[in-house]
Design a protein around this ligand. Structure first.
Ligand SMILES: Nc1nc2c(ncn2[C@@H]2O[C@H](COP(=O)(O)OP(=O)(O)OP(=O)(O)O)[C@@H](O)[C@H]2O)c(=O)[nH]1
Ligand SMILES: [Mg+2]
Length: 415
């Protein structure tokens, strides 16, 4: 059973969005959602969260449907969780635990696993602190010092802190290596494109189609967790690194944002950001707002870098689409490879400031030079002049132009 607790029931759209998203999350763990419900709650109880009336109402549903698990699409305190579990005699988890569970299942890389473990530990730590303050309050009331409960918590907290410190230092090492690679790419003027978007928007499908790769793409939330980076060459044969990353959802737990910070920062520091949007999502606008909400938490200026890519055009009729679209929108079907020319143009437009158009006159070294040009530039035209020399008109990046001059010093270049 999925429950979403809120104060008012005026905004039905948002309630429906939240419930649907939570059900999708649950389904992505291969669990069946038998019941999903919005519960209106004016005064949350500190003991059980729910009012007495709601508590018994839910109990009846649990018995009727023989349910095994309750998932609250909210935060619940450890005490509420424990009390609810006792009362209903079944497992109760909250939204953060649900998301951490999914991430735990998906993480494959060394770094991904460390990031998820860190998020888990940070979450546990926040729960311990809360329980502890509660106990301390109680202790004050009873007037005795110490006690087995508290000692245990202190030890747990110390162990948690030790492990957190250890993981942070391991992550730091991975990060340093990554920073070095990043610096290398910048020095070599390699352009980096990150594909981002709400989960299930079609990021991996686009990535695969662009690069001829086979990253997992599934109708499932968070099928991608670990970033995959591949080199892609455009018409001008510039090296471009394209990166497919984890999808976003609403209210991503802060613990996850903290532990995935380096992955997220890589996105904001890339040269271009492809924001893939699912035109078939009933919550098209909200999905996008949630993506920007995560990006904004990173406080980096990404203006001018983002290209909005509207995906799954194969499933909708564009003229019936009742949504406001930005001017330079690109419509694609990642699955069927429709609209990719617009993506290439967008990439080239971004790169063109680093490009030179030049004429070359070639006397010797013909074979090896032509091979090199094919691999490192875009040959727009070639002709044989009256003197029997080859004349090439090419588009080339500044960095490759410099390489060309040092590799073939005898060629004549006309600007
Ligand atoms: N009809 C249609 N379906 C698409 C298109 N692109 C992707 N899909 C489907 O959408 C679902 C999600 O695709 P993915 O590429 O895994 O999405 P993602 O954004 O990488 O998802 P996460 O990694 O889970 O965040 C899959 O079932 C794809 O087949 C498209 O252009 N048209
Ligand atoms: Mg994916």
């Amino acid at each position: 059973m999925v429950l979403h607790v809120g104060l008012d029931n005026n905004n039905l759209d948002i309630i429906q969005y939240k419930l649907q998203e939570a059900c999708n999350l649950v389904k992505s763990l291969n669990l069946n959602v038998a019941v999903s419900k919005f519960l209106r709650l004016r005064n949350p109880s500190s003991g059980h969260l729910l009012s007495k009336g709601l508590l018994s109402k839910i109990k009846i549903i649990i018995e009727e449907k023989d349910l095994e698990l309750i998932i609250f699409n909210n935060s619940i305190t450890p005490i509420q969780q424990r009390n609810l579990e006792k009362f209903y005699k079944l497992k109760v988890i909250d939204r953060t635990q649900l998301i951490l569970e999914i991430f735990g299942e998906r993480a494959k890389s060394h770094e991904g696993k460390l990031q998820v473990e860190l998020a888990h530990l940070l979450y546990q730590k926040s729960r311990l602190v809360r329980t502890w303050t509660h106990l301390e309050r109680q202790r004050g009331g009873y007037g005795f010092l110490g006690g087995p409960g508290e000692t245990q918590l202190e030890i747990d907290k110390r162990l948690l802190n030790q492990r957190i410190k250890k993981i942070k230092s391991l992550l730091k090492k991975v990060e340093i290596t990554r920073r070095l690679q990043q610096k290398n790419r910048t020095d070599n003027q390699i352009v980096i494109i990150s594909i981002i978007g709400y989960t299930n928007a079609g990021k991996s499908t686009l990535f695969n189609k662009l690069l001829g790769e086979s990253v997992i793409s599934k109708n499932m939330l968070f099928s991608t967790l670990d970033p995959t980076r591949r080199i892609f060459k455009n018409y001008t044969q510039d090296k471009i690194i394209v990166s497919d990353t984890v999808g976003f959802i609403s209210d991503l737990p802060t613990e996850l944002i903290d532990s995935f910070k380096s992955t997220l920062e890589e996105i904001t520091s890339s040269d271009l950001i492809f924001h893939v949007r699912d035109l078939t999502s009933p919550f098209f606008e909200d999905d996008s707002k949630n993506v920007y909400a995560v990006l904004n938490k990173l406080n980096k200026n990404i203006e001018g870098k983002v290209i909005e890519i509207f995906n799954k055009v194969d499933e909708i009729k564009l003229d019936e689409l009742n949504i406001k679209l930005p001017k330079n929108s690109i419509f694609i079907s990642a699955k069927f490879g429709i609209g990719f020319d617009k993506i290439y143009s967008a990439i080239n437009k971004k790169l063109s400031k680093n490009h030179l158009n030049i004429n070359l006159i070639i006397n010797n070294n013909l074979g090896s030079l032509i091979n090199w040009l094919h691999e490192n530039s875009q040959i727009i035209n070639k002709e044989l002049n009256k003197l029997g020399q080859y004349k090439f008109f090419i588009k080339i990046s500044k960095i490759n132009y410099n390489k060309l001059k040092s590799k073939y010093p005898t060629i004549v270049i006309e600007n």
